[in-house]
Write a protein that binds this ligand. Structure first.
Ligand code: NAP
Length: 340
């Protein structure tokens, strides 16, 4: 049963937040959302394409106290989605850790002060599956990333430290405000605009043929519509206090993603590489390329998520990964993001 009150969604300009806001409004919720600068409101509204009377914009930055209280006034629920997800390696890890952690704490404090009943935070598989060594391949909600491990690159640290800090704060100060997290793997799916999330970069690189071969990388893949749907279920379901839900479809190697693109797109996938890229070559490239250096530890690693908890408690299911991958690819071609 949908509650359909008023919900605050942070980071309305983001990829996941956009799909979440559309689904919430379709289900009858009033939505408040924040962006860093209200000068972008008209553009974000036009991408969202929803009934404008159901949506209000507020200015709030993860790095500043201003605006959070106003944005949450009159709301009963919060989905805290905003967190930095840059395509480039940061100069210093604090560029990600500080806004992720302090932003979550700002949102929590404002929520408590506003009398919010339920606070759903978008965490990540990054807070679950790193620093366990290569032998462990399947993960559940009981697993936590070790942010001190050498596996944990700055984004991974930022999500782990932010979720930990949020849970600690709630345990200490949350009172009867219910807190839970949604922990997605790599998010793919349709695009609403040319402004796309970093998670779609891998598909872009495959389609445009900018990789010399297929590195031995793999990811759990989940559809943005299913990520939004899990957030909505977390807002609606009873008794969510303390809950944590892995949000994942299957784990796929780059070569399997490449094969899905070839079979689904035919000639449009002609630049997708066919050959594997040896690990040693990826490691050498990592000396020169800080983005590759961040993820070189992923080579050959399986990080598969057990989603039975979300299936049982929320009745949530992931759609076939093929649909998400091909929707990403077709929209990137349609919007001219890649020339094939
Ligand atoms: P996205 O499109 O890049 O969205 C990130 C959002 O965070 C944007 O709205 C961005 O605002 C906002 N943001 C960043 N820094 C901010 C700051 N200092 N102050 C205020 N807002 C700030 O990425 P997304 O995929 O939708 O990610 C949303 C959430 O899902 C994040 O918490 C991310 O960690 C999590 N997640 C994503 C994936 C994935 O594969 N995409 C997987 C697991 C978890 P601007 O538009 O102003 O930059």
């Amino acid at each position: 049963m949908a509650m359909a009150g008023t919900v605050f969604v942070s980071g309305g300009s983001g990829y996941i937040a956009g799909f979440l806001i559309r689904q919430l409004i379709a289900e009858g919720w009033m939505v408040h959302t924040s962006i860093r600068n209200l000068a972008k409101e008209a553009e974000v509204r036009s991408h969202l394409g929803v009934d404008g009377t159901k949506l209000r914009f507020f200015a709030a930055d993860l790095m500043s106290d201003a605006g959070w209280a106003e944005a949450m006034a009159g709301c009963s629920h919060v989905a805290h989605v905003a967190s930095p997800l840059p395509a480039d390696a940061p100069k210093h890890e604090d560029e990600l850790i500080v806004p992720a952690r302090d932003g979550a704490l700002r949102a929590l404090k404002a929520a408590k002060a506003a009398g919010i009943q339920r606070f759903v935070m978008t965490s990540s598989m990054a807070a679950v599956a790193y620093g366990h060594g290569g032998a462990k391949e399947r993960f559940t909600e009981a697993d936590w990333t070790d942010p001190a491990s050498k596996d944990a690159y700055p984004y991974v640290k930022s999500k782990t430290i932010a979720e930990r800090a949020a849970r600690d704060w709630v345990a200490e100060n949350g009172g009867d405000m219910e807190f839970c997290t949604v922990n997605p793997v790599l998010v793919l799916g349709p695009l609403q605009s040319g402004d796309f999330s970093t998670s779609l970069e891998a598909i872009k690189k495959l389609l445009e043929g900018s990789l010399p071969g297929l590195p031995n990388f793999g990811f759990g893949v989940v559809d943005v519509r299913d990520v939004a749907d899990m957030h909505v279920r977390c807002l609606n379901a009873p008794n969510m206090a303390g809950e944590r839900f892995l949000c994942s479809g299957p784990f796929l190697w780059m070569r399997e993603i490449a094969e899905i693109l070839r079979v689904g797109l035919g000639d449009s996938a002609r630049k997708v590489p066919r050959r594997g890229l040896p690990d040693w070559l990826v490691k050498v490239s990592a000396w020169f390329d800080p983005v590759i250096r961040q993820v070189v530890g992923e080579l050959g690693h399986v990080r598969d998520a057990d989603t039975s908890h979300a299936q049982t408690v929320l009745g949530w299911h992931a759609r076939p990964a093929k649909d998400s991958i091909l929707d990403t690819a077709r929209d990137m071609i349609r919007l001219g993001i890649v020339k094939v």
